[in-house]
Design a binder for this molecule. Structure first.
Ligand code: SAH
Length: 396
């Protein structure tokens, strides 16, 4: 039972038997999937429909105080207040770019901060959510990697980013116009290395009693963790984006070190396998390709890419590299960008260009850095190379 499992003996009183006390760690309901909530309410002897009521209160009305959940009995509200909580990460700051892009800095347990970005574009609004504190993959062109890695985010911390953004833009109520129409897991971290929490959070994003987004509007982006991608289609049907960035293994090994473990052919095979599991056979993968000047932006790269992808139902998203302090790479020139795009279009691909948004508040792709209490030696090494002191975050 939940209550027993979470009962933590208070060691400070362990020697004196007469005063042994048990403090109960409250269960956080925020990130729980429908299944987990159902098990929790069953353990309290409560009926199943309570799950939907509580989900709607939390996710659609933004209510986190059980006492305000007026259609629950008083007894249940009191029981929930002693055993459970609805706990959000702490909002530290909010910034708005001149182009309307917004960024929230959110502090999570342990003191590190993560970033969440909202990008309005015509009648669509995309929220870019983080899945880990920092990232362990260390792709050579990504600012997040330079920060090192601390830990996976919990499902509550992932869905909490959507809750905070939606609340701040008055967009929780699904019967009103949606300000946030799309969510992409393209913030800090590699979502497939935090599989269970990411799946729970994404399934809440799509749940009718929570955020009700369509599966086409929730996108998981991965650098290519093949064993996890092989399993993904068994548990969800979100849209898939693959961070490819290179048309051959030699170049991709340099840009995305994970490629040495899971080379391109295996990754594309796994991505095709994901599509094959989806009932709708028209769905496509998005292939992301960050264009870096004179690294991967030549016409021969575009031709090699066109040949590589012939058997993969996909559209290609070209992303001009966004520069950041610890990187010597440069943005692709406009000429090279359009030349690259045109070669792919001529080869028959659908190609989109991701315009740079929010770079005045460091909210553009690859600029998300947050404040990672790094547990690896990586951020220290990068900072030393630049003659800077190591950063240490004091847990708050
Ligand atoms: N780990 C996941 C999700 C995070 S990155 C993944 O690799 O897909 C989200 C996207 O931003 C990726 O396609 C990534 O390659 C791109 N990106 C990272 N750094 C960038 C930079 N400096 N400029 C432009 N795009 C970048």
């Amino acid at each position: 039972m939940m209550t027993t499992k979470n009962a933590v003996p208070d060691h400070s009183t362990q020697n004196d038997e007469s005063t042994v006390s048990v403090s109960v760690e409250k269960v956080n309901l925020l990130g729980m999937s429908e299944q987990k909530l159902t098990a929790f309410f069953a353990s309290l002897g409560e009926k199943r429909f309570r799950v939907k009521q509580v989900m709607q209160w939390m996710h659609q009305r933004g209510v986190i105080d059980f006492d305000a959940m007026s259609d629950l009995s008083k007894a249940l509200r009191a029981k929930l207040a002693t055993l459970a909580e609805i706990k959000l990460p702490e909002l530290v700051s909010e910034q708005t770019s001149t182009d309307g892009t917004r960024k929230w800095l959110v502090r999570v347990a342990g003191g590190s901060c993560i970033e969440t970005v909202f990008i309005p574009e015509g009648n669509r609004g995309t929220l870019c959510v983080s899945s880990q504190i920092g990232c362990s993959l260390d792709c050579s062109f990504c600012a997040t990697g330079k920060q090192g890695f601390n830990r996976d985010l919990s499902a509550a911390e992932i869905i909490g980013q959507l809750w905070i953004a939606a609340k701040s833009m008055d967009s929780l109520d699904p019967t009103k116009d949606r300000v946030i129409s799309n969510v992409v897991l393209m913030g800090m971290g590699e979502p497939l290395l935090n599989f269970d929490n990411v799946v729970d959070a994404m399934n809440l994003m799509m749940h009718d009693c929570a955020y009700g987004l369509s599966k086409r509007r929730v996108t998981l982006s991965t650098a290519g963790v093949v064993p996890a991608l092989d399993k993904l289609g068994d548990v969800t049907d979100v849209s898939l984006a693959i961070s490819l960035h290179a048309p051959n293994d030699e170049l991709r090994n340099e840009l995305v070190p994970l490629n040495r473990k899971y080379p391109i052919a295996e990754l594309l095979r796994s991505a095709q396998g994901y599509l094959a599991k989806l009932p709708d056979k028209r769905r496509k993968i998005t292939l992301e390709y960050t264009l870096i000047r004179e690294v991967n932006d030549r016409p021969e790269h575009a031709r090699e890419l066109a040949a590589l992808l012939v058997d993969t139902p996909c559209k290609i998203n070209l992303i001009p590299f966004n520069p950041f302090d610890q990187s010597d790479y440069q943005r692709v020139s406009n000429n090279a960008l359009y030349r690259f795009r045109d070669i792919l279009i001529e080869a028959g691909y659908t190609v989109t260009l991701r315009t740079t948004r929010g770079d005045d508040i460091d909210a553009a792709c690859g600029q998300l850095a947050g404040q990672v209490n790094d547990r690896t030696k990586r951020s220290q090494r990068y900072r030393q190379e630049q003659g800077l002191e190591a950063v240490r975050i004091i847990p708050g």
